[in-house]
Design a protein around this ligand. Sequence first.
Ligand SMILES: NC(=O)c1ccc[n+]([C@@H]2O[C@H](COP(=O)([O-])OP(=O)(O)OC[C@H]3O[C@@H](n4cnc5c(N)ncnc54)[C@H](O)[C@@H]3O)[C@@H](O)[C@H]2O)c1
Length: 267
Amino acid sequence: MKTVVITGSARGLGFNMAKYFRENNYNVMLSDLNEDNLKKAKESLEEIKSRGRIAYQVCDVSKLQDIEELMKYTKKEFQTPDIWINNAGVNQPQKALWELDKKEINTLLDVDLKGAIYGSITAMKEMERNHKGAIYNIEGYGSNDAHMLGLNMYGTSKRAVTYYTESLAQEAEQRKTNVIVGKLSPGIMITDFTNHSLGNDKIELSEKTKKVYNILGDKPEVVAKYLVEKMITNTKNNVKINWLTNRKAFIRFLTAPFNKRDFFKDK
Ligand SMILES: NC(=O)c1ccc[n+]([C@@H]2O[C@H](COP(=O)([O-])OP(=O)(O)OC[C@H]3O[C@@H](n4cnc5c(N)ncnc54)[C@H](O)[C@@H]3O)[C@@H](O)[C@H]2O)c1
């Protein structure tokens, strides 16, 4: 039985990826900030028929010690993970760089960048010893060098995640670890992340932004299914598993006049 660890998996993309790994008979280790939410997520996943088991552990990815505990518990409960996904992330308040306070800047960098780095280090050490495994990091706005007011620190984090993931893939190869390192690019998903900053504060989306999200966005379950199917079959190092390709985005804009989707109707 194979084992996957997903950070930030009590909801959103992380939770939905857990669902598809479970359908594919993986042991799933959920982890997130809040125990009650994890418990609910586990109960909901237990309704899916699977030969795999589920466990959870509270883990704040900005704390290296929490991540090391998560690895320890995964090994105890299951085994050294086959796949480790650094998924936990927070959105930025819609402010220019100088309008952010120190705490906001630190949280963004600690969760979105350092959290993924700590996860990668912890997973790589164990997987190198095991001589197998795969580590995936999540790209986001800024990964491709795009810029927008209100996304400076988030974009900085995601641009850095892309850079360090590619470097880590090279290092994994040079050290002959036999460990795969890759990037997941989920496009735009309608989740709590979309209209909340730093996990809490509501973001009021402009009508223009909602229009773009209705064209390019997807529910997390749709994206998760695609990403999990690709991860399960991937054997290549340094891959990018990309949901919203340029071609798909082009077709979405082309067919926009016929698009009846409205993700924000009831929100
Ligand atoms: N939603 C989008 O449009 C979008 C687009 C591109 C990339 N992403 C990325 O996808 C990933 C998942 O986002 P989502 O849309 O599912 O968001 P979400 O807000 O629905 O889920 C994120 C999860 O991470 C958890 N989390 C936050 N801080 C944490 C911490 N310090 N330690 C552990 N867990 C923590 C939250 O509790 C939550 O369960 C993130 O890395 C995000 O940057 C999202």
